[in-house]
Design a protein around this ligand. Structure first.
Ligand code: NAD
Ligand code: GDD
Length: 376
């Protein structure tokens, strides 16, 4: 029997890499993994998948690439996006909004190819900022996205693309699913370079402080801001369940374990067996004051919600980053890795994906294109 073809766009990224692996483990489909990064830069490469890598074959902004990868497919998971943690999205709004090309062309090509189910990875950044002004935040329910006042740039793009999914479903009958991910973390993801989110950044900083012997840590903001963090295994399980469900409207996919950033640091310190002096960088990108996931809707549909504790997840993440740190970093550089940097106004990779020798080929690494330098 021929297997269904399933496309994972963004398959060289953090969540996409784990999803490809899980789909292959299930063994029921033929997986096409697609990413603009060359294969050597993918977090995980599954050789059992059909891999479309690099700007020429894997740029999902390009409609021709989308047509090729969606041809004959039954399911599409659209995870490809130019994104990162607060340091990246607050400073690269234009770049984040350009993901609208990817979402539009993936939807169009899927509709044209007769794809049955289309999964869109939206974000908690779509929620109205006025509902996230207090660290003691009331957990965000799906209706809190409207009236619209999302995160500038990245959040607007996600909200727009959610609407596009809805109208493609209503007008063309393609079965779209939309999950609003709340901060996802775990092994095999971004932990340095400027796009990392708080869980990976904090683990790296604690590891670097230990390695350098300078027992201090820089924390963005005043440490009282709150978030919930979802471990990658819960995320991948949730994606599968939502795809198999009849949840057509956007649904939260996030942990409801609310912590302050200070408590996140406590957990990493406990794992490291160290206590660090904390320095608060008040002018660093901070985002909303508080954010949590109201899981009433996902529970009512699925009788399930993410449940892996932050302590358990951070322990696994810390161990993985520690190992990467050991492989990649000279102890003499440890001090520089104890702080987080970010760049402003990175330029997109130009062209239509057929420019093999683009001088901006390194954009995805740090959000800092070759020749443009950092800072700003
Ligand atoms: P990631 O950056 O690790 O993965 C995204 C991948 O998309 C990258 O490998 C990148 O190279 C690829 N990509 C970017 N532009 C592309 C293009 N034009 N064509 C093909 N590939 C392209 O990020 P992630 O954490 O795995 O996130 C996956 C999805 O989930 C994204 O859509 C993101 O916005 C969404 N999301 C993630 C989080 C989170 O906390 N990780 C939270 C909310 C939403
Ligand atoms: N990234 C980062 N790095 N954040 C830090 C650091 C650090 O070194 N130190 C403290 N923080 C603080 C940030 O200032 C912010 O207040 C909080 O930790 C969380 O930051 P992030 O993890 O970068 O992002 P976020 O939770 O505000 O938003 C993320 O999650 C959304 C979904 O919930 C982003 O990844 C969005 O792209 C994503 O959609």
């Amino acid at each position: 029997m021929t297997k269904n073809i399933v496309v994972v766009a963004g398959g060289g990224g953090f969540i996409g890499g784990h999803l490809v692996k899980r789909l292959l483990e299930l063994g029921t489909c033929h997986v096409r993994a697609v990413d603009i990064k060359p294969l050597k830069d993918w977090y995980q490469v599954s050789t059992a998948a059909e891999n479309f890598a690099g700007p020429a074959d894997g740029d999902a902004r390009d409609f021709r690439v989308c047509r090729t990868i969606c041809h004959g497919a039954s399911d599409v998971y659209q995870l490809a996006a130019d994104m990162g943690g607060m340091g990246f999205i607050e400073n690269n709004k234009a770049l984040c909004m350009l993901s609208v090309l990817t979402n539009t062309h993936m939807l169009l090509a899927s509709q044209e190819a007769g794809v049955k189910r289309f999964f869109f990875s939206s974000s908690a950044c779509v929620y109205n900022a006025d509902k996230q002004l207090n660290p003691h935040v009331t957990a965000l329910a799906e209706a809190d996205a409207y009236p619209a006042l999302p995160e500038d740039g990245y959040g607007w793009e996600k909200l727009f693309s959610e609407r596009m999914c809805r109208h493609f479903r209503e007008d063309f009958g393609i079965q779209t699913r939309i999950a609003r991910f709340h901060n996802v973390y775990g092994p095999e993801g971004t932990w340095r370079g400027g796009r990392e989110k708080a869980p990976a950044a904090v683990c790296r900083k604690v590891i670097a402080a230990k390695a350098s012997g300078d027992h201090s840590i820089e924390i963005w903001g005043d440490g009282t801001q709150t978030r919930s963090f979802m471990y990658i295994d819960d995320c991948v399980e949730g994606i599968g369940k939502i795809m198999d469900s009849k949840i057509y409207e956007p649904v939260n996919l996030g942990s409801s374990e609310l912590v302050t950033i200070n408590q996140l640091v406590d957990i990493a310190e406990e794992i490291a067996g160290i206590k660090l002096k904390r320095h608060y960088k008040l002018d660093a990108p901070r985002g909303v004051a508080g954010r949590n996931s109201d899981n009433t809707k996902i529970r009512s549909y699925l009788g399930w919600e993410p449940s892996i504790s932050l302590k358990q997840g951070i322990a696994a993440t810390y161990r993985w980053i520690e190992e990467e740190f050991r492989k990649e970093c000279d102890p003499a550089d440890a001090k520089s890795l104890a702080t987080s940097g970010f760049s402003h106004g990175s330029k997109p990779i130009p062209g239509d994906g057929y420019v093999a020798e683009s001088r901006h080929m390194d954009t995805w690494r740090q959000g800092i294109p070759v020749g443009y330098g950092a800072g700003g």
